[in-house]
Design a binder for this molecule. Structure first.
Ligand code: FAD
Length: 435
């Protein structure tokens, strides 16, 4: 006998879970029909804030200010909103077993939840150094950042270790770069360590990275490249004191923050649903291989129509839009209607210090750097185009205005032909503005 039964269950109360709930409310849902089940203790919030304003020493972002859907300029969904809509928010509840044929979820405390339609929105989790048996990796004050609890613990340590030393291990991703900035703003002595030849190599060209590395150096952040952490020392209280690097260097550390990658949370569904490229495979309506089971956000590998390829996208814009698409598809199919398949233009962004970049499209092919990318410039503005088969397929812009960002988004979508690459470099942003 099920403890509870719903028409729709959203499993995961993160970004995608929150945006899916809003879309259900928009499309029309009866009280008691929908539940959001989440491991976290709080209603869905805009996760990207955790490595940005949530860590600010002054006027930090806090709940309830960062509940979804403020990140995309929408109404803030406070816990009362769910109550008013008759949506059951089942928090602090981890699902440990999913029986897809039986349409039942089981929680860690033994409750069962039945559904008619399930939306999987479990997101990703961080990879931990202790998973690889890195020596000393379980010392106190070694942090990972994924959920609000992690950010709260980091904030406590920032206060306790005032003016101390912080090491960002594997800090060459955008979250590591944001964290490096946030810790520096908190007046910690920051060192960032990453194995790659430059930061964010999955997206940044060496030219783009040179700007950020120079900018960070000017802010007093030390960067050590080409090596990894192989161990940690701790004091008698069990608190981290040193980070040992493979190249033999030993860095003093009062706080270490580790960002060595994430993993989509698919384990509950292993063997029950088709997977591809590490994610749960869906169609352009976010339907999985199992009837009445949808998946959205970080966890899904979906058809990226624009590039005729199945991909996984671990960014907030896709989390929001895939959630909306899935709910629209569910509602349309109930009414015997159809909607267009998801046609997504990849969009990522990051903010740190007074910097802000946006990227649209695909980062493949040749690249052209344009604009002022001198890290010492008072207001640097620069970008890069990616050119494949004679067409612009991707565009990056640092320091753009909303109109300029719109223009680079448009270029990535339209994919205009490029006759002369030198000319494109010279034209820079004005090339995008005239498309
Ligand atoms: P999540 O938001 O992670 O939500 C998943 C939810 O499911 C969580 O609440 C989790 O606790 C819950 N859950 C998982 N398993 C279970 C279970 N078994 N039972 C119950 N609940 C479960 N993207 C950008 O584009 N720009 C940025 O600047 C940016 N900054 C970021 C900064 C940080 C610190 C982080 C961590 C991510 C950032 N992202 C950014 C990525 C973005 O936040 C994610 O792509 C987005 O949150 C994915 O949404 P989601 O709903 O799929 O997963």
């Amino acid at each position: 006998m099920a403890d509870k039964s719903f028409k729709y269950v959203i499993l995961g109360g993160g970004v995608a879970g929150g945006y899916a709930a809003r879309e259900f409310a928009k499309q029309g849902v009866q009280p008691g029909e929908l539940a959001v089940i989440s491991k976290e203790a709080v209603a869905p919030y805009e996760r990207p804030a955790l490595s940005k304003a949530y860590l600010f020493p002054e006027s930090p972002a806090r709940l309830p200010g960062l509940h979804v859907c403020v990140g995309s300029g929408g109404e803030r969904l406070l816990p009362d909103w769910y109550k008013e809509k008759g949506i059951e928010l089942i928090l602090s509840t981890e699902i440990v077993k999913a029986d897809l044929p039986g349409k039942t979820l089981i929680s860690a405390d033994g409750k069962s939840f039945k559904y008619q339609i399930l939306i999987i929105a479990t997101g990703s989790t961080v990879i931990k150094l202790s998973d690889f048996g890195v020596q000393g990796a379980d010392a106190k004050n070694i942090f990972y950042l994924r959920e609000i609890d992690d950010a709260d613990k980091l904030n406590e340590a920032i206060k306790a270790k005032k003016n101390g030393k912080a090491v960002i291990v594997g800090g060459g991703g955008y979250i590591g770069l944001e964290l490096g900035a946030a810790l520096r703003i908190n007046n910690l002595d920051v060192t960032m360590v990453y194995p790659e030849p430059w930061c964010m190599p999955r997206l940044f060209t060496s030219g783009i990275a040179a700007f950020y590395e120079g900018y960070y150096a000017n802010k007093g952040i030390k960067i050590i490249k080409g090596t990894v952490a192989v161990g940690f020392s701790a004091n008698s209280e069990g608190e981290v004191t040193e980070v040992k690097l493979k190249d033999g260097n030993v860095l003093g550390a009062d706080i270490a923050v580790v960002g060595v990658g994430g993993r989509p949370l698919t384990a509950l569904f292993k063997g029950q649903v088709e997977e591809e490229k590490g994610g749960i495979k869906t169609d352009g309506f976010f339907k999985t291989s199992v009837p009445d089971v949808y998946a959205v956000g970080d966890v899904v590998t979906f058809p990226l129509k624009l590039y005729n390829e199945n991909r996984r996208v671990e960014h907030v814009d896709h989390a929001r839009k895939s959630a909306e698409q899935a709910v629209k598809a569910i509602k349309a199919s109930e009414e015997g209607k159809s909607i267009d398949a998801y046609d997504y233009l990849p969009y990522f962004y990051s903010r740190a210090f007074d910097l802000s970049w946006q990227f649209y499209g695909d980062n493949v092919g040749d690249t052209v750097l344009f604009g002022d990318s001198n890290p010492a410039s008072p207001k640097a503005k620069f970008g890069s185009y990616w050119i494949k088969d004679g067409k612009v397929v991707g565009a990056f812009l640092e320091g753009g205005t909303p109109e300029e960002n719109k223009a680079v988004a448009n270029v990535a979508r339209v994919q205009p032909p490029v006759e002369n690459v030198d000319q494109l470099a010279k034209e820079g942003l004005s090339f995008a503005s005239k498309i």
